[in-house]
Write a protein that binds this ligand. Structure first.
Ligand code: CTP
Ligand code: MG
Length: 225
C-alpha cells in the first residue's frame, strides 16, 4: 500500500429519476440517517483516506452540510456542486483536489452496502495498477441485442463482470481524461481511464454492494445498519 493518503469523492448529485421518489434517493432516510451518510461513514473509517469531497446539487449543499454536521460524519473536507452528467460531477470534484494526492477514490452514494475490506482491496489495486474498480462476475448469461431485440452476440460469461464503485484512479490521468473526452459520455470512471489508454483491472468485491436504483431496490434498505 502507498504511504500517501487517498482523497475520496462521494457522488450525491444525481436526480434519481429511475427511483421516482419524492425525496432524491440519496436523501431517503433509513433509521433517521439519509442514505448518502452510510457510505460516507464507511469511507471515513478507512485510514488510507484522509479527506472526502462530497458532491451534490447546488440547491442541496446547505442541507448536506447540515446533515454531516448533525451526524458528526468525519473527514468531509468540502461539499461541491455537481454537474449534469455523473462525469461532470466527478470533474467538479477532482478539479478541486490538490496535486499532492496521486490517487482518488470515487464512490456512488447510491451504494450504501460497500464493505471496508473491499474498499481496502480496491485501493491496493488502484495504487498498484493506476486504475481498479470493484466488480463481480455476472451470474446471468449476457447477450448483445439490436434495436429490434434480435441478438447480435452472446459473449462468454466467464469473461464478463458487473462493475461497481468504488473505483480508484490516478488523479492527473482522470483530470486530463475528463477534459479531453468531454464530448463522450462515460458510465464509470474506469471508462475514462481506458479512453486514456490505461489498462484497468477489476478488484473482485461483493454481490451485496448493489446500487439503489429503482423502487424495487428499496426493500434492501431495511438491511442497512
Ligand atoms: N450522480 C452524480 N451526478 C450526476 C449523476 C449521478 O453525482 N449528474 C451520482 C448519483 O447521485 C449516484 C451515482 O452518481 O450516487 C450513480 O448514478 P445513478 O445511480 O445513475 O443515480 P442517478 O443519476 O441519481 O439516478 P437516475 O440515473 O435514475 O436518474
Ligand atoms: Mg444516473
Amino acid at each position: 500500500m502507498t504511504d500517501k493518503k487517498i482523497c475520496a469523492v462521494l457522488l450525491a448529485a444525481g436526480n434519481g429519476s429511475r427511483m421516482k421518489s419524492d425525496v432524491k434517493k440519496q436523501f431517503i432516510e433509513i433509521n433517521e440517517l439519509p442514505l448518502f451518510c452510510y457510505s460516507a461513514k464507511v469511507l471515513s473509517q478507512i485510514d488510507e483516506i484522509d479527506r472526502i469531497i462530497l458532491v451534490t446539487s447546488t440547491s442541496d449543499i446547505a442541507y448536506v452540510r447540515e446533515v454531516i454536521k448533525r451526524h458528526n460524519i468525519q473527514k468531509i473536507y468540502d461539499v461541491v456542486p455537481g454537474g449534469d452528467r455523473r462525469q461532470d460531477s466527478v470533474k467538479n470534484a477532482v478539479d478541486t483536489i490538490p496535486e499532492y494526492y496521486e490517487h482518488v477514490l470515487i464512490h456512488d452514494s447510491a451504494r450504501p452496502f460497500v464493505k471496508k475490506e473491499d474498499i481496502l482491496n480496491v485501493i491496493r489495486n488502484g495504487v498498484e495498477f493506476n486504475c481498479s474498480f470493484l466488480g463481480v462476475k455476472v451470474k446471468d448469461t449476457i447477450k448483445s441485442i439490436d434495436e429490434k431485440g434480435f441478438v447480435t452476440s452472446t459473449p462468454d460469461r466467464d469473461f464478463l463482470v458487473s462493475v461497481q464503485t468504488p473505483q480508484v484512479v490516478k488523479l492527473d490521468v482522470i483530470k486530463k481524461g475528463l477534459e479531453q473526452f468531454h464530448d463522450k459520455t462515460f458510465t464509470d470512471d474506469a471508462g475514462v481511464m481506458e479512453a486514456m489508454g490505461v489498462k484497468t483491472k477489476i478488484t473482485f468485491g461483493s454481490y451485496s454492494n448493489i446500487k439503489i436504483t429503482t423502487p424495487d431496490d428499496l426493500k434492501y434498505l431495511k438491511d442497512l445498519i
